[in-house]
Write a protein of this length. Structure first.
Length: 380
């Protein structure tokens, strides 16, 4: 009976030991899963950070890997890819390691590996857990997606830069052609018409006093005057001489005065003195932008008043253009009929500037443009 009682006393202790061991095992597994989750969360934070170069992103992720393993003080990591080789400061290749392939765009593009610098007290066979190996492959897969995305962003950025460069080149060619045509209209055709006008007046003075002939020559004289004015206007629109000779301030002031006289829309212009010292390319960009904005007002806005302010700021130049018309709707800003706005955007973005357009129904439109100091620097 005593032996039976002794076994009965030992049996509850054995169950307690089993429960204790099970709890310790679960606690250990929970600790390892927590480290893995922290690693994945930290990787997500790095990936979501804006403006971080790919190289810095990959290096940061590699440095996170040892902390996710069960013996972080013994662990090191390395990533080999076409973007470079990234490693922890203590990395040494040992025989205690695990690897996962890096797949980018369906092709093997490198390897992600973790190593232990030496065996643990439990031996080499217990170094890597199955969950850790799964985590390694998961991180390698995610790194492949990150590299794919960053490569696509880099290619897209390069394509945009090439497109902007092409557009600037085309625009520069157009401006040169406009300048050439404007000079030919003003110098060649304008002078020829003026010579015809002088000859016609001389011919009229030498004719006999015939009322019909004199009236006819006067009509011809009037047609020539009108043609000369139109030629000057077209030449001015192609390439404003004031912009080349007197700067942006004089050119935009004359543009606003001409707009007010032609369309009967009041035009208030206020321009800082620094605008007259801009580089020619930036001055021409701002002039074309204002020209296009005034054209849009005349065609679409149904406005009675326009104001234009060009100020110097600490960061560069700021252009504020307002009208009191019907206001541009949000849907119209990217429609097929807004090629003028598209041209304005390309011109502004080509200078590294920003553009903001706000329209309120029956309360007008406000266009805000900023040109950074590096683009709006003074001419040397």
């Amino acid at each position: 009976m005593k032996k039976i009682n002794k076994c009965n006393r030992n049996q509850p202790q054995s169950r307690a030991e089993q429960a204790k061991n099970r709890n310790m095992r679960l606690a250990g597994e929970l600790k390892e899963r927590t480290k893995e989750l922290r690693c994945m969360y930290a990787i997500s934070e790095i990936c979501e950070s804006s403006g971080v170069p790919l190289e810095d992103m990959l290096q940061g992720i590699v440095e996170l890997l040892p902390a996710s393993l069960q013996y972080p003080e013994l662990a090191c990591a390395r990533l080999v890819s076409h973007a470079g080789v990234f490693r922890t400061a203590n990395f040494l290749p040992t025989r205690y390691r695990q690897k996962a392939p890096l797949i980018v765009n369906g092709r093997r593009a490198g390897t992600l590996e973790v190593c232990y610098l030496r065996k643990s007290q439990r031996g080499a066979g217990a170094l890597f857990l199955k969950a850790e190996l799964k985590l390694l492959y998961t991180i390698a897969e995610r790194l492949g997606k990150i590299i794919e995305l960053k490569d696509a962003e880099r290619e897209l950025k390069a394509a945009h830069e090439k497109l902007h460069s092409l557009l600037r080149s085309v625009e520069n060619s157009r401006e040169e052609e406009r300048k050439r045509i404007a000079h030919e209209l003003h110098d060649e055709l304008g002078h020829a018409l003026m010579a015809i006008k002088i000859d016609l007046r001389g011919l009229r003075d030498s004719l006999p006093d015939a009322e019909a002939i004199i009236a006819k020559t006067r009509n011809m004289d009037s047609v020539i005057d009108t043609t000369i004015r139109n030629i000057r206007r077209i030449a001015w629109e192609l390439r404003p001489i004031l912009l080349d000779e007197f700067g942006l301030q004089a050119a935009i002031s004359a543009l606003g005065k001409d707009f007010e006289g032609r369309y009967g829309i009041r035009c208030s212009v206020r321009i800082c003195s620094r605008a007259g010292q801009l580089e020619k390319s930036v001055a021409l960009t701002l002039y074309r932008v204002v020209q296009e904005l005034l054209t849009n007002v005349a065609r679409h806005a149904m406005a009675t008043k326009v104001s234009l302010v060009l100020n110097s700021t600490g960061a560069g130049l700021a252009l504020i253009f307002r009208d009191n018309g019907k206001g541009i709707p949000e849907s119209a800003m990217s429609g097929k009929k807004t090629l003028g706005l598209l041209g304005i955007r390309e011109r502004v973005y080509g200078c590294g500037g920003t553009l903001r357009i706000q329209g309120r129904r029956n309360r007008g439109t406000c266009v805000s443009i900023s040109i950074p100091l590096r683009a709006a620097k003074e001419a040397k």
